[in-house]
Design a protein around this ligand. Structure first.
Ligand SMILES: C[S@@+](CC[C@H](N)C(=O)[O-])C[C@H]1O[C@@H](n2cnc3c(N)ncnc32)[C@H](O)[C@@H]1O
Length: 176
């Protein structure tokens, strides 16, 4: 799988922290699902604004999965949706108001759950993209009391760089 190392890091954190229920925001075609360990994860929900992406997502026989079509910036998820691992893999920098989205989606996260954010980093340190990515990480870090891990990843083949962070957010009241 092309440049799958970022997904392997995400899946590794999910395994390490023993998180069973994964909510993958901006899931695209569900590439993360294909990377997860079925001995750990027994529930996957992918959410994407693109119906075409979710409809072409590949399933796997060993992890129950479903896909929802929603614009996470403007639409709420089903109130009864619960997760213990909230993932934003290469999507949060597209969101006009990421802090607002974190606040709303954290209402679906268990009190001992984790939040993972992965972002591609532009090679030009001063690129507008990187300012947006930095603002996303600031909003992410404001949800918790310190990071659990923070990784910089670079493909020696393509030069592409990603930054990945994981945090245990402070508990917020669940959706009712
Ligand atoms: C770069 S792709 C990443 C896909 C996948 N997470 C991965 O890393 O392979 C970004 C995805 O985010 C989705 N997306 C962008 N804005 C969104 C929004 N407001 N709500 C839901 N999905 C969104 C896009 O449709 C696209 O599938």
């Amino acid at each position: 799988m092309f440049e799958s190392a970022r997904l392997q890091i995400v899946a590794g954190w999910i395994r390490h922290y023993g998180r069973r229920r994964v909510l993958d925001i901006g899931c695209g075609q569900g590439q993360l699902l294909l990377t997860l360990d079925p001995l750990v994860v027994d529930d996957y929900v992918g959410v994407d604004a693109s119906r075409v992406a979710t409809e072409s997502a590949r399933r796997r026989p060993d992890i129950p999965a479903r896909f929802l079509v929603a614009d996470i910036q403007s639409e709420d998820l089903p109130a009864d949706l619960r997760t213990d691992c909230l993932c934003f893999v290469d999507v949060a920098y597209y969101l006009p108001l990421p802090a607002e989205v974190f606040a709303r989606t954290l209402r679906h996260l268990a009190s001992d759950g984790i939040l993972i954010v992965c972002q591609w980093i532009h090679p030009d340190a001063d690129a507008p993209h990187n300012h947006k990515a930095a603002a996303v990480f600031t909003a992410m870090e404001a949800t918790g009391n310190g990071l659990l891990d923070d990784v910089a990843l670079q493909s020696a083949m393509t030069g592409n760089t990603w930054r990945l962070k994981v945090i245990r957010p402070r508990a917020v009241p669940a959706c009712s």
